[in-house]
Design a protein around this ligand. Structure first.
Ligand code: AMP
Length: 432
């Protein structure tokens, strides 16, 4: 085994897999454009306080998983790699005074997140997400827009059968009564609660609903549900959201224990699953409303809602469908420049460079080997044409050999690029 490996919890995305990544990123860009979500990029690291304030210190994401970065110069622990996109986007919204823009402001971003969690299947320390956020709209129509957008992404990506799990976790007006009822219920089991859940009961009781411990399942099955405690405003919001979803022909599954791991959520929370794959590490994405978040970051009260889809998990669900063959096809050259003189690498490189400058995907055999070997390699690389440099070059011509048709003809170098593009396009047209 080589001495140096990718760090635990990370992995290399090799060329075959990059094809899927690029496709999913392009899909995100296309849908963001269609739905009017503008691109934004925020730094991969922020003041740790941005996450501590926004996400909450009594959450797994901050308490256990925040990837803190110590920098030279004594700023130990000041910075942290972003564990999710919303806090950074919200920070940018406040910093750049976007409250003065027409609301809501819709954003989308694609990139890596970092969580220093225990690595396991479907849970990496560096992973990719596609995110959208709509800041400055109380919903519930925009909630439905975002839920539908996530579903569309998953369907267009090729994930068959996706289910939306939906819940409302109320707001500051009604959640306290629910939390009190939950605490009272859980206290009855205090003696049997796993240690982690007992400490959550003390610091952040809602998080117990998020428990990954199988011993909790029977206890939670009969726990009170938040939807029974919603105040009128939250209940109305939730009912109206469901009416909007119905209008979009989306039938969500009610998930009364879906509180999600982050503190800042209010009202709407949702996650996407493939039926039969509903385990802890199986959510393909999720999101929710965060009406309290912007204020925590120093803005006037501003509502918002966002969505994050897990690209690694979506790629996993798609399997190797795009695979190595498709990746190789994408980089297959139209032409490879070869030559009768094995040592004429300068001529071959120059001609390939000119072809590339003219927009032709071209290779050149830069090893000093015989013409027959150069042609063999061009065919192995899947090139459509070989451009053969020989004596005709003194008359400004080269042989253009169609490796697929087995034909050959003389072409003027001045017309070579145009001729290649024309012949290759015609060939591809004939294929489809
Ligand atoms: P979350 O904000 O934790 O709900 O994350 C949104 C989505 O990102 C999840 O539904 C997963 O698909 C994905 N995700 C979250 N954490 C990880 C991780 N550690 N590794 C891979 N994907 C993740």
């Amino acid at each position: 085994m080589p001495k140096y490996q990718a760090p635990r919890g990370t992995r290399d995305l090799l060329p075959a897999e990059m094809r899927t990544w690029h496709d999913l990123e392009a899909l995100g860009r296309e849908l963001a454009g269609l739905y009017g979500y503008q691109p934004i990029e925020t730094p991969l690291f922020e003041d740790a306080a941005v996450f501590e304030r926004a996400i909450g210190t009594a959450t797994d994401v901050v308490e256990k998983e925040l990837f803190r970065v110590s920098s030279p110069g004594g700023d130990a622990d000041r910075w942290a790699l972003r564990p999710e996109a919303t806090a950074g986007v919200a920070r940018a919204y406040v910093q750049h005074g976007m409250q003065t823009l027409p609301q809501p402001v819709r954003f989308s971003t694609f990139g890596t997140m970092f969580r220093y969690d225990r690595p396991q299947a479907g849970r990496y320390r560096q992973f990719w997400q596609w995110n959208v956020e709509a800041i400055g709209d109380t919903g519930p129509a925009v909630d439905a827009e975002i839920i539908e957008l996530g579903l569309r992404f998953l369907r267009r990506a090729g994930v068959s059968e996706v289910e939306v799990h939906l819940n409302s976790i109320g707001d500051g007006a009604c959640r306290p009564a629910y939390v009190a009822a939950l605490v009272e219920y859980l206290r009855r089991f205090e003696g049997t609660l796993p240690e982690l859940e007992r400490s959550r009961l003390a610091t952040n009781p809602l998080r117990v609903l998020d428990s990954k411990d199988s011993r909790m399942a029977p206890i939670l099955a009969s726990a009170p549900v938040i939807t029974d405690f919603l105040c009128d405003a939250c209940r109305e919001h939730y009912q109206s959201l469901q009416a909007h979803l119905e209008r979009l022909e989306i039938v969500p599954r009610q998930a009364p224990h879906l509180v999600r791991g982050l503190d800042y959520y209010t009202r709407t929370t949702f996650e996407y699953f493939r039926p039969g794959h509903e385990g802890q590490q199986s959510a393909l994405g999720g999101g929710g409303r965060y009406d309290g978040l912007l204020e925590l970051l120093g803005a006037k009260p501003t509502p918002g809602i966002g969505l994050a889809l897990g690209i690694d998990r979506i790629a996993g669900a798609l399997g190797d469908r795009n695979g190595a063959a498709a990746a190789a096809a994408a980089t297959r050259p139209v032409a490879v420049v070869v030559g009768a003189d094995p040592t004429g690498t300068d001529l071959r490189l120059r001609m390939a460079t000119d072809l590339r400058a003219a927009g032709v995907a071209a290779g050149a055999d830069l090893a000093q080997r015989k013409l027959a070997r150069q042609l063999e390699n061009a065919a192995r690389d899947g090139a459509h044409f070989a451009v053969v440099i020989g004596d005709e070059l003194t008359a400004g011509q080269v042989q253009l050999r169609d490796l697929q048709a087995g034909t050959q003809r003389l072409v003027n170098v001045a017309e070579l690029a145009r001729e290649l593009l024309r012949a290759h396009a015609g060939h591809r047209h004939g294929e489809s």
